[in-house]
Design a protein around this ligand. Sequence first.
Ligand code: SF4
Length: 382
Amino acid sequence: MASIFTRASARRGISSIQARPFSRALVRQKSALSPPYLLDDYLPKYQLLTSIQESKKRSEAYAHLSNCNLCPRLCGVNRFQKRGTCLIGSDVVVNTIAPHFGEEPCLQGHHGSGSVFFSGCNLRCVFCQNHDIAHQKNGFSLSPEELGEWFMKLQQVGNVHNINLVTPEHVVPQVVLSILHAKDLGLRVPIVYNTSSFDSLASIELLEGLVDIYLADFKVWNPATSKRLLKADNYADVAMESIKAMHNQVGDLSFTSDGLAKKGVLLRHLVMPGHEEEGKHIVRWLAENVSKDLYVHVMEQYHPRAHVGQKRRTTAGRARDVAEGTVEPGAQPADGEAKKAVRYEDINRAVKMDEVHSVKAAAEKAGLWRFCEPAEQAGFHL
Ligand code: SF4
């Protein structure tokens, strides 16, 4: 357990608490699994809603579906009749529903995180690691009630530790309705909202009392970068507001004694090649404006995907990109030498370990101290 034991002392069965002299850092290490981060027991927040609160949530969800301004794209469409930027109507489109073992150890545990991968997205990240799911509408349609029934299958058949809603920013009303339906059916595991943080405050407010864990990304810092790579120049401003609102709702990440996360914010930052300075801005902002006790996962698994490294598009291909919202601003159709070049060449490589380490070092220097370590082969740890 990286937060409590050094690797060497863990092998010897000696905690770092015994091995090191008393210090402020030591008190903090010890408190990672002590109150207030250690819970005796945990009841998911949706279990505490009264029937009046549930009815209010339901009517708000339907109102948002009828005039959708629920994410920062502000389409204003009636989703029972029309689709906005996210391309999804009043039903959700789901690509995969299954216990997932690729999440943080404190979420996947031994039985997996009950993941629901939604198709569609309100961002257009050119490097999207789930491109085949998020940028296309591959999958099957489900009503909110059918989705709630799948949550029950994950709980009953998969014995999962939580319900993990992956890329849900554009289907928040349907998610609200599905959680309430599943509550009536007997759902009792925590809800994880696994988001890019391109959420509106109205959306986070609608989720209050329903979500236990916000698994939130903070992707890039500069507007020029987010405009070019995410197709949203206001990404960082939106993410800052959303993450603060999420943290106000559920606080820092807390665990039960089995090592499973039950409530709070788990913040992810995927270090991008050549963009480590933006990562440093992000971790400093988090420490200064959200919480120095924030549980942070500095991720190193970036790989070129989606549009990165593809051949430059011809005029016809570019027209398709414009329609999909994934064209480089100001880019010209490829001709001659340009056809040989690849798109987004600057991020067409894996991230280097020194880039990752520099972001982690900046995070520590800023005062952050609760970091997620990768899962070990057998079992899981904090
Ligand atoms: S959720 Fe979809 S329809 Fe609603 S504002 Fe966002 S992109 Fe537009």
